[in-house]
Design a protein around this ligand. Sequence first.
Ligand code: TRP
Length: 497
Amino acid sequence: MARAREKWNSRASFLFAAIGSAVGLGNIWRFPYITYKNGGGAFLIPYAIALITAGIPLMILEYYVGHFTQSSPPIAFKKFWHKAEWAGWFAILLVFVLSTYYCTIMAWCANYFFHSFSLGWGSTAESVNSFFNNNILQLSGSPSILGGIRIPILLGLAATWIWIYLSLFKGVETLGKIVYFTVTIPWLIIIAMVVRGLTLPGAMEGIKFYLIPDFRVLLDPKVWLAAYGQVFFTLSLAMGALIVYASYLHEESDITVNAFLVGFADSATSFIAGFAVFSILGYLAQTLGVSVADVTNSSIGLAFVTYPMAISLLPVAARLFAALFFLLLLTLGIDSAFSMAEPVVESIADKWGLSKKHVLPIVCMLGFLAGLPFTTEAGLYWIDIIDNFITNYGITAIGLIECILIGYVLGAKKARSYINQVSEIKIGIWWDIFIKYITPFFLGISLVTQFIKLIMGIVKENKGYGGYPVWTTYTGFGLIIILAAASAVLAKRKGAV
Ligand code: TRP
């Protein structure tokens, strides 16, 4: 028996949910440091080009897949080609693994939130570093030394999954109301942080550092890859989340306008959040009497080391801003996190005709258990390694498959005429060209260059991804292969439809 499909209760609910999924931890720490590392203001050019040539076209494609098929990814893909179901499951397993470590990072944020009230990390470079590595993570010496499970992180992880469960168990209609809060609260906090940041002495030095363009970088292919990677990550593409959200749209709902709005809102959030981050780093540099380049620490450390230190040194209300910052990360992250769990639940329920009420607690429980390795003393290393394989190889592969499925198997023209029927802004033949040639071209290049770089590292220096031992890279690849095989098994199982 086919289940009645849930629906959003308004257009705004869908928009907020889609923006909530896109806007997440990726905007506040990933975007600023990627921009800074790849030419500052000049990076906005490849970013905008990546957004237009891959981000928006693929987002339109995914909305189309959900809207047209009214199904979760495995069944949706199957409707285009009977052998494509496994690709839908592959996307679902990827987003499941992503949720396990994304929630662990949320657990770190929750711990920091509680320490905000005492500014537990202190205000010197040494104390903040040691707080992150020793108090929070108890980081072991290498990925092979797991040590024990960190109880505070474990508690944070459990709380995050309970939060996800509570957000989802009442169904899509309630979810459509929750997202009004989880989207607007972070925006209000970002505005407060930007105002606070820009009025600090030294702020302009930080902003210059963030935005002064170094146009030479545009000749470096690495920068272009970084732009495409960031666009894919930040828009939650190629993981089934958008397909599932779009499948709850009413038949007459718009596709293209929604895609443009979400793409714009997400990019604007990243750009503005950069001001909050870099203005305060400028202040930190001035307070310490060093240059901005010397206070920034790229990657995860930005949110958990450098930024907390800068907050500790604020002249007034440091505790308040510390708490606000981690509340910001938590509220930004939660709607991304539940948009990772929802596709998994929906796909299982969809295929086997089960009630989501029964599937949801099981998925939350499994997500929690699968996240346990990340709560160990080697958790940080494993998040770094697994994330590299999931986001760089997994997302790219699914993006490629989607382009082939819609661009060639179905025919881009057919999809476009459906999209234009329901949408206010009509898309032209350019969309076909992107989906058939340009987007797959960039995805293909990205897949091949990263693979070659990795192999070269192993052969030449006997080092795996990120300089970790080679066996960790094999583990990462092994995981991708296991997920692909498991997807094939799931696709083979008989379902209810
Ligand atoms: N866009 C999210 C962020 O910026 C992260 C993300 C990547 C995601 N892929 C996803 C979220 C898939 C939901 C579903 O934090």
